[in-house]
Design a protein around this ligand. Structure first.
Ligand code: C2E
Ligand code: MG
Ligand code: MG
Ligand code: MG
Length: 284
């Protein structure tokens, strides 16, 4: 009986695993035609400066209009793209689309900045520097208005190589942000080693900020450290006015989250800035 039961369990496991594999393989096949088919779109989530009380830019977040499955979020395909190597083509498309958009925005407000997520494979690919340099030139962007977001775990994969790449990018003048800060290795040493200009506090610390003493202490410590090291700071996943109040009081100057807006398609993003009564409005 035990043997039979075990066998059944393995079968169930296998068939679940098999269908997951099939699903992934399908996504991977579909990814190949997604760029050519113009199925990707960047959405933009506003970044709020709590001190100036203005929106200072956006984070570009990719969405996939899948011909059969509808809108897919990055969680459904970025890992597959990373494993299959497709991420390089997708990442190049993202960077180009984000820079092209930033150029258009900056006709109206030269200070707006764009945050772009960069995956590990894309970061270590060897042509990110060249690509960023070309885009800055082509779209006449002030380098510091482009901020590349990388996670700690990605950087720690190959510290020596990462240090070199970060230094090169920093020399170009673009910003480097550690995304999801606090969830990876969180080795404090790399803050000295890498020319990091910004930390983005992971939303897991923000979600229970007003009820968890531990999260409050951790966030306060991160803020104190960033301010002391002159590294700018954004809190991710701010959803309530109470969370915002805690952050503002603790001198965390930037926030991003559903309290302000989810990621929006471009026309809605421009409209959002308009109705937010920004100085230097974006007009279309
Ligand atoms: P991320 O870089 O940490 O981006 C923030 C994620 O949190 C986004 O999810 C955003 O929609 C979500 N978010 C923002 N505010 C809130 C909030 O108040 N509450 C909650 N619950 N969530 C909030 P999204 O768009 O699904 O992206 C997930 C991840 O996929 C991103 O995490 C990023 O690491 C990755 N990603 C997105 N776009 C790209 C891309 O173009 N290239 C690469 N390589 N990765 C990307
Ligand atoms: Mg990010
Ligand atoms: Mg990210
Ligand atoms: Mg994040």
């Amino acid at each position: 009986y035990a043997k039979k039961k075990k066998g059944t369990a393995i079968q169930v496991f296998n068939s679940t695993l098999l269908s997951a594999f099939k699903e992934d393989a399908q996504i991977e096949r579909d990814l190949h035609s997604a760029i050519r088919g113009r199925q990707f779109e960047l959405y933009y989530q506003p970044l709020r400066d709590l001190e100036q009380q203005t929106y200072i830019g956006a984070e570009a977040l990719i969405r996939w209009h899948h011909p059969k499955k509808g809108v897919l979020y990055p969680g459904a395909f970025i890992d597959i793209a990373e494993q299959s190597g497709m991420i390089n083509a997708i990442g190049s498309w993202v960077l180009e689309a984000a820079c092209r958009q930033l150029n258009i925005w900056q006709h109206h407000n030269a200070d707006l900045s764009m945050h772009v997520n960069v995956s590990a494979r894309q970061f270590f690919s060897g042509n990110l520097y060249e690509q960023v340099w070309q885009l800055l030139t082509r779209y006449r962007l002030k380098p510091k208005t482009l901020i590349l977001e990388i996670t700690e775990t990605e950087l720690m994969g190959d510290i020596r190589h990462a240090t070199l790449l970060c230094q090169e990018l920093a020399e170009l003048g673009v910003g480097l942000a550690i995304d999801d800060f606090g969830t990876g290795y969180s080795s404090m040493r790399y803050l000295k080693q890498f020319p990091i200009s910004k930390l983005k506090i992971d939303r897991s610390f923000i979600s229970d900020l007003t009820i968890s003493r531990e999260s409050q202490e951790i966030v306060s410590a991160i803020i104190a450290m960033a301010n002391a090291l002159n590294i700018s700071l954004t809190a991710e996943g701010v959803e309530t006015a109470e969370q915002e109040a805690f952050l503002a009081k603790s001198l965390c100057h930037q926030a991003q989250g559903f309290l302000y807006s989810p990621a929006l398609r471009e026309p809605e993003f421009a409209q959002f800035l308009l109705t937010a009564k920004q100085p230097n409005l974006i007009a279309h």
